[in-house]
Design a protein around this ligand. Structure first.
Ligand SMILES: NC(=O)c1ccc[n+]([C@@H]2O[C@H](COP(=O)([O-])OP(=O)(O)OC[C@H]3O[C@@H](n4cnc5c(N)ncnc54)[C@H](O)[C@@H]3O)[C@@H](O)[C@H]2O)c1
Length: 269
């Protein structure tokens, strides 16, 4: 099994639709021992979702913006496992006025909240858990939405994702010496609670299929989860500082596909 014996921390499980839930499921299926994190009022929801996994994992409290929480989780992991083989950062939040197209009106406080929660937190967790990973090395993976272009509605979350991509490269630079790899998976649109908070998500999601050469199902996070599992495993031991697109190929196309004709459907030759 791909993740046999790995001890992994999975953040970001809120509902069974969360991308992190699917990562947790695939990780357990592939032999990993996992712990989940959640915080505040969402703890109960995460625990309930956890009971739907193949083996019910414990949930530790972790607000990624709270240094005390990070310290407490690091201490807990030290006493339970002594080391950490990897973690998934599946954390994003932007206030309503930082999304939706009013980019020029967003106040600094809202842009800062989006940046801190959705990007800086990757550095905060990587630094906080370094003591658990520096002896044996490990793998850090985060979830990205392509930030190489501007999107109609994504606004300061898009800016935060650009920062997340950059932070991935800087962490890869600084943690490589410890054998710690840092990568992100740039996912196509998936129907989750976070996605529901993005106005116009449905327009974006429905347009995806017109450009992506592969079929893209917004209700199926498994292709993303399997790629995360690969990046958390030793099979990807030569990869760091990378952005892996799991988006049906959307990012590689310059325009929407033309309507297919009968002849175009025929393979050449
Ligand atoms: N759904 C999509 O279409 C899509 C596409 C590409 C990337 N992503 C990214 O995937 C990740 C997971 O999102 P999702 O779509 O599964 O939605 P989700 O709502 O299920 O997960 C978002 C998670 O972020 C957590 N979170 C928010 N603030 C936090 C904080 N301060 N500390 C700790 N956790 C916090 C929430 O509790 C929640 O579990 C996010 O980074 C998101 O940007 C989502």
């Amino acid at each position: 099994m791909l993740l046999e014996g790995k001890r992994l921390l999975i953040t970001g499980v809120l509902t069974p639709q969360s991308i992190a839930f699917e990562v947790a499921r695939v990780a357990q299926e592939q032999g990993a021992e996992i712990l989940l994190t959640s915080f505040g009022k969402a703890m109960g929801l995460t625990e309930k979702s956890g009971r739907r996994l193949p083996a019910t994992p414990e949930v530790l409290e972790l607000d990624a913006n709270d240094p005390d929480h990070i310290e407490r989780v690091a201490a807990e992991l030290t006493s339970r496992w002594g080391q950490l083989d990897g973690f998934l950062h599946a954390i994003a939040f932007a206030p309503a006025d930082a999304l939706g197209g009013a980019f020029l009106q967003t106040p600094w406080e809202s842009a800062r909240t989006a940046f801190q929660t959705s990007a800086y937190s990757l550095k905060a967790l990587a630094a906080g858990f370094l003591g658990l990973m520096r002896e044996a090395g490990g793998s850090i993976v985060s979830l990205d939405f392509d930030a190489s272009v501007a999107w109609p509605i994504y606004d300061w979350m898009g800016v935060s994702k650009a920062a997340l991509e950059s932070i991935t490269r800087y962490l890869a630079r600084d943690l490589g010496a410890f054998g710690i790899r840092v990568n992100c998976v740039s996912a196509g649109p998936l129907r989750t609670i976070a996605a529901k908070g993005i106005p116009g998500f449905d327009v974006l999601a429905s347009a995806w299929g017109r450009r992506a050469p592969l079929n893209w199902d917004i209700k199926d996070p498994e292709p993303v989860a399997r790629t995360v599992a690969f990046l958390l495993s030793d099979w990807s031991r030569g990869i760091t500082g990378e952005i892996v697109h799991v988006d049906g190929g959307y990012h590689a196309m310059g325009a929407d596909m033309p309507e297919t004709t009968q002849e175009a459907d025929e393979p050449p030759g």
